[in-house]
Design a binder for this molecule. Structure first.
Ligand code: ADP
Length: 448
């Protein structure tokens, strides 16, 4: 097993990894930027080193600075968390060639599955259901129009290297397609340094259901149930729950086995998530694989009683997973809400600033994954998520009641947060019935 791990990330996920390391008797090393000097998670790490200025390309994304710190602090492995370098195949390669384990998939598996276009190709070969769309990248507007005419509107233009809901445009007709095609390419070039896009059929009002998988180098592949992430704004998740209110045990098994089949075909070892869209008829379509730990992994940890970060570290160290498929049973119900420092009354504008007062919810079945404390100043430089509030209960109605109670206790003063929106969701009749889709928040709840 490793004795020291460098965490190439910040905020709540850095703290989550520090916690796993401590429980495993592994020392943790954090790298941080000048904007994160006062990051409360740094106090919890065994060592912390400043590697550059606030902008991520000068610190968290600067491979040479991260690697120099890894060498100096003499770590055995690097955990990239999510975002930043987590899905960067080149970084995984640099780690490998420096004799430092990358806690994630192999560079080949990242290249194969991390790119949405090549993942689609592998899905076709592995008989994984897909929405109609292109196999190759779309080179120009003319080709885009031909493809859309072929598969029928509405269509969605997606960045092959995309993530976080960026580089995507929906088009219901040719004019919107021509505009959307150019916008998606420009946005993708800026955000991901890669302007490759492809086109697929746009499904109206689907649910987003994803399968968590984890595997080791001994051929043990396990799916840890699903997460329903249908509550989104601008294609970004706000609330996640497990199990999905609409999945039958048969469908769960079918989707789980499909995800495992795809990951096996890619020789994928570690934690990953296969994302699907599910329509009203119970038909599901593959979207992409996230080749990293996700924000919402916590939901699956609660319903399957696993520790996915620990499992990831064990898999990277060449050990066997501490469980097999037979051991993993989905029990109870978990809900997570993302608390972002944003103003829901003002177009969700980021609301960085200093936290002047804080009360953290607790009691039975409550989990709080966050790095914030009173006096901490949330920098404007990074993602606005400041906490994940989770609840776990025997069934969905009790979990919703528990989340209402926990949100009622939560107090974050000094900055605006998404807490009032979550309160509204937890009291919304349609959410309570489990009758929502990916457009629900924008088209119904916020349109009221
Ligand atoms: P990202 O990597 O940016 O998160 P995804 O491919 O995971 O992008 O898609 C994010 C969200 O966009 C999905 O959860 C869904 O709401 C919407 N979406 C993506 N593709 C489609 C599609 N073909 N039809 C309908 N909605 C889609």
């Amino acid at each position: 097993m490793f004795s020291k791990i460098l965490i190439a990330n910040r905020g709540e996920i850095a703290l989550r990894i520090i916690r796993a390391c401590r429980e495993m008797g592994i020392k943790s090393v954090c790298v941080y930027s000048e904007a994160d000097r006062d990051g409360p998670w740094l106090e919890q790490a065994d060592e912390a080193y400043c590697i550059g200025p606030g902008p991520s390309n000068k610190s968290y994304l600067d491979i040479s600075r991260v690697m120099a710190t890894a060498e100096v602090s003499d770590v055995d492995a690097i955990h990239p968390g999510y975002g930043f370098l987590a899905e960067n195949a080149h970084f995984a390669e640099v780690c490998e060639s420096s004799g430092i384990s990358f806690i994630g998939p192999s560079p080949e598996a990242i290249r194969l599955l991390g790119n949405k276009a090549s993942a689609r190709d592998l899905a076709v070969k592995s008989k994984v259901p897909l929405l109609p769309g292109t196999k190759e990248l779309v080179e120009d507007e003319k080709e885009a129009i031909e493809i859309a005419n072929d598969i029928g509107y509405p269509v969605i233009v997606k960045a092959a290297a995309g993530g976080g809901g960026r580089g995507m445009r929906v088009a219901h007709n040719e004019i919107a397609l021509v505009n959307g095609y150019m916008q998606a390419r420009t946005e993708a070039a800026t955000a991901f340094g890669d302007d490759g896009v492809y086109i697929e059929k746009y499904l109206e009002r689907p649910r987003h259901v994803e399968i968590q998988i984890i595997s080791d180098s001994h051929g043990n592949y396990v799916y840890c149930g699903e997460r329903d992430c249908s509550l989104q704004r601008r294609h970004q998740k706000l609330v996640e729950e497990a199990p999905s209110p609409v999945l039958t045990p048969e469908l769960r098994q079918k989707m789980g086995e499909t995800a495992v089949r795809l990951c096996k075909a890619a020789g994928y070892v570690t934690a990953g998530t296969a994302e699907f869209l599910l329509d009203k008829n119970g038909d599901f379509y593959f979207m992409e694989v996230n080749t990293r730990i996700q924000v919402e992994h916590t939901v699956s940890e609660l319903v399957t009683r696993t520790d996915l970060i620990r499992a990831q570290i064990m898999a990277a160290a060449g050990e066997k997973l501490p469980f097999t498929q037979e051991d993993v049973e989905v029990r109870g119900h978990a809900i997570e809400v993302r608390i972002n420092a944003e103003d829901p009354d003002n177009g969700f504008r980021p609301s960085p600033g200093t936290i002047t007062d804080l009360f953290i919810p607790g009691g039975p079945g409550v989990r709080w994954d966050s790095h914030i404390k009173v006096g901490y100043t949330i920098p404007p430089t990074y993602d606005s998520m400041v906490a994940k509030l989770l609840v776990f209960a025997d069934d969905r109605p009790q979990a919703i009641a528990r989340m209402r109670r926990a949100l009622g206790e939560l107090k974050i003063e000094g900055v605006k947060t998404t807490t009032p929106l979550h309160q509204r969701i937890m009291n919304d009749g349609q959410f309570i019935k489990g009758d929502v889709d990916t457009g629900y928040i924008e088209n119904v709840l916020l349109a009221k």
